[in-house]
Structures are given as C-alpha cells and as structure tokens.
Design a protein around this ligand. Sequence first.
Ligand code: PLP
Length: 407
Amino acid sequence: MLEVDGDLCGSFSYAYLTAAGYTVGVERFSAMSTTDFIPVAGPWITKREVDYAADAAKTAWNKDHYAYNAKFERALASYVGVDFAVSLPHCTSAIHLSLAAMGIGPGDEVIAPDVTWIASVAPIIYVGAEPVFADIDPTTWCVDPDSVEACITPKTKAIIGVDLYGSMADWPRLRSLADKHGLYLIEDAAEAIGSQLDGAAAGSFGDTGVFSFHGSKTVVTGEGGMLATNSEDIYARVMKLRDHGRPPGDRFFLNDEVAFKYKMSALQAAIGLAQMERIDELIARKKEIYRWYAERLKDFDSVRINAESKGVSNSFWMVTVIMDPAHGLNKFDLMAHLREDNIDSRPFFSQLSTIPAFADRPEARRFLPPEPAGSAMAEYGVNLPSGYDTTEEHVERVVASLKRAIL
Ligand SMILES: *Cc1c(COP(=O)(O)O)cnc(C)c1O
C-alpha cells in the first residue's frame, strides 16, 4: 500500500506520485482504498511550493535573505487589503507583538472569547495583563458583543475577537464598542484567511489582524504567522519589538530596549508566497469540501454545522458538527466512534475558563453567564476531516459513520 506521510511531501511519495503522474496534494489519495485512515487536516502542496522553497535554500542569503518574506508580506497585505504586513514565526507571536506594541501590560485587562484556541489568550499573560473571558454567540461561534460589553471595566485596554473555524465575528459592533470605550481591537484571523464580512477580508477589521500558517491551517508554511495593520505607528513599533529593540537602520548594535526576536525564515516565506499565489484555488477547495458535507447533512436535524451569517463568506477552515445533546454523546464519545471507523477528528475548543491552565484565574470568568452558550458547543462540537486531501468519498464515509453513531 502507498504510504503518504502528513508532512510537506515525504521524498519517496513525492517522487513516486510525480512519476505516476499525480499532482502532489488532493489527488494523491485517490490511489488509496476505501477504508484507509482519513486525516483531519493537511495542506495542499504543489510543485510551486517545492520549487520556491528550493530556490530560497539556494538564493535567500545575505542581501536577499528577506526577499521571499517581502514578497509574501506584499501578497498577503494586498489580499487582505491592508497597508502593512509582517511575517513572523507563528500567530502566537503576532498576538504577543500586537499587545506589546499597544503598550498593554500589568494592571490591564484584555477581553477575549471563552471558547477559542489557547493561543488567542496566552499572549495576554506574556505581557503581564489579565484575560477576561466573554461568551460566544451560538450562531456565529464567535465572541458575543453583548457579553464583551458586560466585561468592560476601567482596566480594559483591548478586545481580541476570533474568527472561529472561518466564521466571522460581528466586527461592526466590536468596533463601535472599542471606539466608544477607547479600546484596541485585535482580530485573530488565524482560522479565517479567505473569509469575508460585507466584502471586506478577515484580518482587516482590527487595529491588528493576525494569521497562522501552521501545517493544519488553510494557508501553510509549516509554522508561521503574519501581523497585518493599517497603522503606521503599530507597524513601526512591531518592527522594532520583533528585532530585539533595534532602532530602525541600526548597524552598530546599539539597542535601546530589550525586546523579542520574532522572524520567519525565508524557506517558510517561499512556501507561503507559493500558497498565496494559489489562494483562490485553496479557498475554493475548502468551500467545496464544506458543500460535500452540507449537502449530506442538510436534512439531518440532530447536528448543526458551520453557519454563514448574513454578509459573511466563510472559508470553512474546519467543517464542524455540533451534536444535539439528546443523543447523549459528547465530543469525546463521537471522536472515539469516528476513530473506530479510521476517521480522525478534533474536539471543538474547550471553554478556557474550565481548563487547568486558567484554574488560578477566577477573575477571568467573573462576567461569564452561569450557563454560557459556549458550553454546549465546547461539549458537543467535533471538527471533521477538512484537510485538502479530503475527497467526496471520504465525506461519504464520515457522514455514514456519523449517522451510525447517532441513529
Ligand atoms: C492556530 C491558532 C492560533 C495560533 O497560531 P500559531 O501559528 O500556532 O501560533 C491562534 N489563534 C487561533 C484561533 C488559532 O486557531
């Protein structure tokens, strides 16, 4: 049987598949049998990514060490419609630098959704500030502006909204809350490149917008991130903070503050540039995978999947089901069932207010309602296989397994 690993391209399989006339990526799994393991995520890598990375290994040194990064940054800035973009080692560093550039620190509070990946919130603690959790909206799965408003105190300095699984938060309302109270707005678009709200791109709504190119995400560089902004001041501050506090143009190593070292390598940027040149086909494929699921689940009342609210174009990073609690299966039960059918999945993110990492911060949950809307999603939600290798046959198998689990 043909073994294909989850990394960029196992050299054997790449050579084999190229020789056999396959495009490395989606088509490669068509050679596999119907009971093979279905991975939950995975990139779409073509010859373009491989060629650019090889070229970067040869050419991206000395005066050209940043050439691929500059092109990747320009491609992303133009796609998102912002003035500045900075390539970084990961999205976590983009959130960290956002908060640091905004001058947020000890004594400050930052509001963030209770249900998201921990990376949205951990940087609040890196800068010495306190996270405050707001509930999420049961339809969009993103932070609920009413709940955000209830969390605002004189100590609040910023709001972090997250475009969860490609859905879009209510940015117009978050913006008006931020403006009314003089707060910064950070848009965590790690999962939402390619989504839009009222025609504007995910990542363009905050004072900063941040992206992840982790290998599981919609656009990949292996590990990687980007910070996007229209603010020249924030951009200048980020550029200094991410380079050990060197003043712009410093050639004498006369740093005037202690800061961070957060840069993306040219090899990663080369892969990212190739991905951005293919972004339309990447997003189209994500939407197609979603449609395969949506068609098969539309008459199936006992599960809900990702919604597209009014004005939203969702790029569907992960197709996600939320089970009706009446089935008595929580997310871990459903994952175990899928696993028996050789189908990988992931749990919906936990309520951060309930996980051990935040157990010693009871103030962070002081404004959450007694029965948060996020708890049902966090308990009954499962991410289904949504990687670029997902085929329509895989979706058939996943849906059949899902129906067997709950019928
Ligand atoms: C993946 C992710 C991040 C972190 O991205 P890294 O590149 O792994 O640092 C942040 N926020 C959300 C919502 C994510 O899904």
